[in-house]
Structures are given as structure tokens and as C-alpha cells.
Design a protein around this ligand. Structure first.
Ligand code: NAP
Length: 264
């Protein structure tokens, strides 16, 4: 595995396993840990979950079942709860304690705010809760999801500790280039959700590039993210795909291929 370094100097695997549909059948929670166990067997040590996925318990259980030291894992979860009433920094502490309990862990490696609130003043207030969780040591790093450039700029103007990660959708259908560039300029590491969930017509040029290296379209796009300095969190229910999605470190896209993919 390769690692990126966050602005607070902690290291993070450059790719992890998404989990939003793990431990569920037809969106119903089953608690089954088979996908997590399969991902661990494939080599994943970084898992991205969220309170909103309703599967933190299964993620924590699957990790415990692996018998591998908790310290070997990088666990990311998100505060997702969207109350109608204005939310405060205390809501963050409560959500965090629920996640710690469900994940059965004493700390979280990366704690993310799943969505900005419509009211940015309220978002900045919630962020104070994230800063507090970080300062108290419950979480090793903090970040945000689904912010646009203006929202990120507002937060940077109203925070004490800037976010270390920005998780946004990033694939050939929607690169989110503007906010990703802006994040990089401010030392915030971008993370791509939905890196493989895009229309099939984009696959053909990626497949063509992959033929040269004996790689699939999925491996090419995940490699592209890595070379572009963007973490990816592909999700798969198939062991074969999980293994494939980690097998991206033995080839290198050239400048022309990187440019071609960026222009898809
Ligand atoms: N912050 C947010 O708001 C947000 C929003 C959405 C998602 N996320 C996170 O991002 C993660 C990833 O996003 P996602 O799950 O929406 O989409 P994704 O990982 O980009 O795509 C998942 C799809 O790709 C397929 N797939 C995986 N590996 C493949 C391979 N090697 N070859 C061909 N197909 C492959 C999967 O099918 P198989 O199961 O058959 O392999 C599945 O249908 C989520 O699980 C979640 O953790 C965050």
C-alpha cells in the first residue's frame, strides 16, 4: 500500500474500501460482516463508513473478527444526522460517541461532516465540535464532504483548525475540479467517492488505455486518482473486484494518458 500524508502529518492509505451498501440486502440492514471480511482478506485496511449508512456496527465487528490489531486499520466515519432544528457542536459530540460505540473503537482515524448545513454559520458552529473532538483526541483527523468551493472558503475563514480531507464525488462524469484544486491549494487532501460509479460510455477509452498495461478500466481510473493526488474509496461486494481495485501499484500512466483521462 502507498500512503498520502495529511496536513497534520498523519498518514492515510491512498485507497480504501467504500462500504455504503455493506451488511445490507435490498437496503435492509442484516449485520452480515462478509463484505468487510472479504475486503480485509483482499488487503484493505482503510474503511469509509458513516452513521447514515447504518452499518457501523458490522464494520466494527468485521474488523474485530479479522483478529488484526486495530492500529493496522484506518477507520473513517461521518456525522450524517440531518436534524430539522439548528444543530450545535454538542450534536457532534453525541454523534461521535454513538459512532465510537457502534464501531467498537476508542478512536476514529478520520471523522467527516457528511454534508454542509444550508446555513453556513451553523456549519461553522458544527465544525467547532469537530475541532473539539480532534483536540480531545477522539479522532486523529477531521474533514468534510460535499462542500463546494464557496462553502469550503467560508469554513476556512471561520475555523481554527482547517479540515484535513475533502471527500467529494470524483469520476469522469463529475470531476469536481474547481473545489478539488482549491482544496489542494489549501493543503486539504481530496478523497473521491463514487470513483467507479459513472456511465458505461466512459469505460471504453479507459479500457483501451488499460490494455497496454494488462489492467481493467476500473484499475485505470483508480490509478488515475492516485497519480492525481486524490484518495479513492471504491466499494465492491465481489472479492475479485476488491483484489483488482488494490492491484494498481505496478504500472504508471504517462502524461498523455493522464491528460486524456482528465479531459474525458
Ligand atoms: N460522502 C458522501 O456523500 C458519499 C456518497 C456516496 C458514496 N460515498 C462513499 O464512497 C464509496 C464508493 O462510492 P459508491 O459505492 O457510490 O461507488 P463506487 O465504489 O464508485 O462504485 C461501486 C460500483 O462499482 C462496481 N465495481 C467495484 N469494483 C469494480 C471493478 N473492479 N470492476 C467493475 N465494477 C466494479 C461495484 O459493483 P460490484 O459490487 O459488483 O463490484 C458497484 O456497482 C461508498 O461505498 C461510500 O463509502 C460517500
Amino acid at each position: 500500500m502507498q500512503y498520502f500524508t495529511l496536513s497534520n502529518k498523519i498518514t492515510i492509505p491512498v485507497t480504501g474500501s467504500g462500504t455504503n451498501s455493506f451488511a445490507k440486502v435490498n437496503k435492509e440492514y442484516t449485520g452480515d460482516t462478509k463484505e468487510v471480511r472479504s475486503a480485509v482478506k483482499a488487503g484493505y485496511r482503510f474503511f469509509d463508513t458513516a452513521e447514515g449508512y447504518r452499518n457501523e456496527e458490522a464494520i466494527g465487528k468485521g474488523i474485530a473478527e479479522s483478529g488484526i490489531d486495530r492500529k493496522e486499520f484506518f477507520l473513517c466515519t461521518k456525522m450524517s444526522k440531518r436534524e430539522e432544528r439548528p444543530m450545535t457542536r454538542e450534536d457532534v459530540q453525541e454523534a461521535l460517541q454513538r459512532s465510537l460505540q457502534k464501531l467498537n473503537t476508542e478512536y476514529i482515524d478520520l471523522y467527516l461532516l457528511h454534508f454542509p448545513r444550508e446555513d453556513m454559520e451553523e456549519t461553522a458552529e458544527l465544525w467547532k465540535g469537530f475541532e473539539e473532538a480532534y483536540t480531545k483526541g477522539y479522532v486523529r483527523s477531521i474533514g468534510i464532504c460535499n462542500f463546494n468551493r464557496e462553502q469550503l472558503s467560508y469554513l476556512l475563514d471561520h475555523c481554527v483548525i482547517p479540515p484535513m480531507v475533502l471527500q467529494v464525488k470524483c469520476n469522469p462524469e463529475e470531476w469536481n475540479t474547481e473545489v478539488i484544486r482549491y482544496a489542494k491549494v489549501h493543503g486539504i487532501l481530496p478523497m473521491a467517492w463514487g470513483p467507479l460509479r459513472f456511465a458505461p460510455e466512459y469505460r471504453e477509452p479507459l479500457t483501451a488505455i488499460g490494455t497496454k498495461y494488462g489492467k481493467t478500466w476500473a484499475q485505470v481510473i483508480l490509478r488515475y486518482h492516485y497519480q492525481n493526488g486524490v484518495i479513492s474509496i471504491p466499494k465492491s461486494h465481489s472479492y475479485e473486484h476488491q483484489v483488482q481495485n488494490l492491484d494498481i501499484f505496478d504500472f504508471e500512466l504517462n502524461d498523455q494518458e493522464m491528460k486524456q483521462i482528465a479531459e474525458l
